[in-house]
Design a protein around this ligand. Structure first.
Ligand code: KG4
Ligand code: ZN
Length: 333
């Protein structure tokens, strides 16, 4: 079975074809709009929607040509139908349905967070259900017990900012570019993670929820107090912030693994591309089987939608109209 995946939930236009039998991605293309949004310090939904439109078809054509595939080789089309930004979601959904009609292929809307989770099944060997999943992206911070495809129990989530959002906001406070995560990671390499004593939010509590707005506010006051915001200061704040985030994430995952009696942890979403955080998990969680997608499959991409589509298209009720769900919780699947 070969599925075309289309991702347009935010500012990444991603397309890919997944071959389920071989469990490989045959071809993929991505266009990132980040530089366009950087001058505004965050994603502008209207600009994001407009930019997906001229990119989608050429990217799909390039991907199919690269793998010497034609529409006849495809068994279905999967697109992200939520959660995400309404306008960008509509562009992908409308094109997926048009192609479905034109090519006479079934079409299925995918939950973006489920796609971030299921992309890990591309790993060799893949994680085996049940496993713990930490999804850390620009819009979400979720701790999930995954017992099967579509069976997800949310154990904890953020009460305010998502992790990626906190990275982006702290980067903005420090005068760094959008998206802030990679910028902070780069600056942190020159800094000392112990230079500022930042809070580890909610780590003393037994529950598995997260909170990152206090950490961001702590950085805000340090920046406000600082007279000379030079490279050394930015590097030290970046390193201390990244360290506080990674300690918090590791601690919560450790608690969840113990209380749920699980031995595999799957980490996904854009922040999972962060090497410092990946190293902290490897160092601190001895005896736990850890799964991280390739860094380029942590941030939004078409491959994750194609993989999720391959599990959703069989037996799914065929869609006859465009469906988008900008607020679609994993627990509603
Ligand atoms: O999963 P994703 O591409 O989009 C959403 O679904 O939100 O995640 C984007 C988020 C952004 O907040 C970005 O700053 C963050 O992931 N991010 C990172 C890194 N790369 C991307 N955060 C920390 N370190 C990184 N290397
Ligand atoms: Zn995402």
């Amino acid at each position: 079975m070969k599925i075309l995946g289309i991702e347009t939930s935010c500012d990444e236009t991603g397309v890919a074809v997944y071959d389920k039998k071989e469990n490989i991605i045959l071809t993929e293309q991505i266009f990132t709009q980040a530089s366009k949004h950087a001058e505004y310090g965050g994603v502008v939904p209207e600009l994001a929607s407009r930019d997906h439109i001229p990119k989608l078809l050429p990217l799909i054509t390039m991907a199919l040509n690269e793998a010497k595939l034609s529409s006849k080789d495809l068994d279905g089309i999967a697109y992200t139908s939520g959660p995400g930004l309404r306008g960008p979601l509509l562009t992908g959904a409308a094109l997926a349905h048009s192609l479905g009609l034109g090519w006479n292929k079934p079409c299925v809307g995918i939950n973006h967070m489920e796609a971030h989770l299921l992309v890990n099944l591309l790993e060799r060997p893949p994680p085996i259900f049940p496993f713990l999943t930490l999804l850390i992206s620009g819009g979400h911070c979720l701790l999930i017990k995954a017992t099967d495809i579509g069976k997800y129990e949310i154990l904890g989530q953020t009460r305010d900012d998502a992790v990626g959002e906190a990275f982006d906001k702290v980067a903005k406070l420090l005068g760094l570019n959008y998206p802030g995560g990679p910028e902070i990671e780069k600056m942190a390499k020159q800094g000392n993670p112990l230079s500022f004593d930042l809070p580890r939010p909610m780590t003393k509590k037994d529950n598995l929820d997260f909170s990152f707005s206090g950490l961001k506010t702590a950085v805000y006051y340090l920046v406000k107090k600082q007279k000379n915001i030079n490279t050394e200061f930015i590097a030290n704040i970046s390193a201390s912030f990244q360290n506080a985030v990674s300690e918090t994430l590791v601690k919560k995952c450790n608690t969840a693994l113990l209380t749920q009696n699980l031995s595999q942890l799957v980490v996904g979403g854009g922040v999972a591309a962060n090497q410092y955080i990946r190293d902290a998990f490897r160092r601190e969680l001895n005896g736990v089987d850890l799964f991280f997608p390739k860094p380029e499959r942590c941030t939004d991409n078409g491959a994750m939608v194609a993989v999720a589509g391959s599990y959703r298209i069989q037996g799914a009720e065929l869609e006859t109209s465009i469906k988008i769900r900008p607020r679609w919780s994993l627990s509603e699947i």
